[in-house]
Design a protein around this ligand. Structure first.
Ligand code: AVI
Length: 406
């Protein structure tokens, strides 16, 4: 990595670009002794200081900028594809996570019945609304899952002797805290690697982990789940964590595809911790997705503002309403947008238009509910064997600990 000497700390008052290139190396300002980063001396007066105060600068050169220094969480054959986006956050070289999902939106809106893929819900406003949903009195899922983890984290970690925890989702909720606390207590220094398409989520997670668990190595993977978990070294004993019953939002083709890919990415002896919401009293379920404050309605209908922005569409929010219900045959909550009056939908720039008829529904999201025994049986077909089943006193939510069988 070249000769390394070192030095002083950047005064906060001086603004430095987040990364700058010097002799072919990206340089980052030092912020209070980053672990895993090498400090490298450069004494310069940057343009930003306007020549007013000669300041000595220190930079940290990310060790991981070279292929041989990418962290060992990556499988050797995948390492070359990953680059440091910023300290301790990695992304796949050339990946375009912001590509507009035009094809997905157009094909599903032209389907019969019309529907949307759930990931379109999470623009910035959608993510904020979902945070609010998690705290609603009717939305028992987050609280219940958190309580199960709080009670059983010690047992979960004891049964999954791993060095690395990979969380699907930016993590660092209270739930992750329970797991990391136990991991540190039982195993000492370990690795935590959340995978998320949101760089902001990863940054928040990094800040939280650094301050609460400085002994834990943090590697945020800025990627889609499948790209992220497929890059993890199969020889690194790993617990994959997928909480929140997000599997409930998968449709019948997403579900097998997801578990097939995840299982193929797991090494023999790796573990999966999976949160799944259970089939229960219909009123409890329907209230959770039709809250009295209307936050869920706003979350679901907000997707049309997002689509309007992405594709220059003309969905009129005041001409639609939210409708949700439990479908007992499919064991799922269905969340719809219903046209209050006919809307002629057009997308500027794209030669595409359709009539959204009065009372016609668009299925925006499904949330499947599970029977934990049946789910365990299903997962056996993906070589994931049940180790333990944790639930709450009301048996509303299940957390399954599964092990990859070779
Ligand atoms: C993210 N997912 C598990 C939530 C759920 O419960 O299906 C999304 C959600 N949609 C409306 N409320 C919550």
């Amino acid at each position: 990595m070249g000769t390394i000497h070192c030095i002083s700390v950047i005064p906060n008052a001086v603004k430095i670009p987040h990364s700058r290139r010097l002799r072919g190396i990206h340089l980052y300002p030092i912020f209070a002794g980053e672990p895993n980063w090498i400090q490298c001396e450069r004494s310069i007066i940057p343009e930003e200081a306007n020549g007013s105060i000669p300041v000595r600068f220190s930079f940290i050169v990310p060790q991981a900028m070279t292929q041989e220094n990418t962290p060992t969480i990556f499988a050797a054959e995948k390492r070359a594809h990953w680059r440091a986006l910023e300290p301790e956050i990695w992304s796949i070289q050339g990946a375009d996570l912001d590509a507009v999902p035009t094809q997905s939106i157009l094909t599903t809106l032209w389907d019969q019945p019309r529907w949307l893929e759930a990931y379109h819900l999470y623009d910035q406003r959608g993510s904020e609304l979902f945070e609010q949903i998690c705290g609603l009195p009717e939305y028992y899922l987050t609280r219940t899952e958190n309580a199960i983890l709080e009670t059983h984290a010690r047992d979960i970690i004891a049964r999954a002797p791993v060095r690395c925890i990979v969380e699907l989702g930016a993590g660092y909720s209270k739930k992750t805290l329970h797991l990391l606390t136990e991991q540190l207590r039982q195993r000492g220094s370990s690795i935590f690697a959340p995978i998320d398409v949101s760089a902001a989520g990863l940054r928040a997670s990094r800040a939280a982990v650094r301050s609460a668990f400085p002994e834990i190595q943090f590697h945020g993977l800025h990627a889609r789940y499948e790209e992220g978990f497929s890059a993890i070294d199969k020889n690194l004993p790993t617990l994959f964590v997928f909480l929140g019953s997000t599997i409930g939002n998968f449709n019948h083709s997403d579900f097998p595809r997801f578990f097939r890919t995840l299982s193929a990415a797991m090494g023999p002896g790796d573990f999966l911790l999976l949160g799944a919401d259970r089939v229960k009293d219909v009123k409890v379920l329907e209230d959770a997705y039709n809250d009295s404050r209307g936050v869920t309605a706003e979350f679901i209908l907000n997707v049309f503002d997002h689509i309007n922005r992405l594709l220059h569409g003309n969905f009129a929010r005041d001409n639609m309403r939210y409708d949700s219900r439990y479908n007992p045959e499919w064991q799922r909550i269905e969340m719809y947008a219903v046209a209050r009056a006919r809307q002629d939908i057009r997308f500027a720039d794209i030669d595409a238009a359709f009539q959204w008829q009065k009372d016609e529904k668009i299925l925006v999201e499904i949330s499947r509910k599970f029977d934990p025994l049946r789910l365990q049986e299903q997962l056996r077909f993906f070589d994931l064997g049940a180790v333990e089943h944790f639930t709450d006193p009301r048996e509303w939510f299940s957390i399954l600990l599964l092990k990859k069988e070779s």
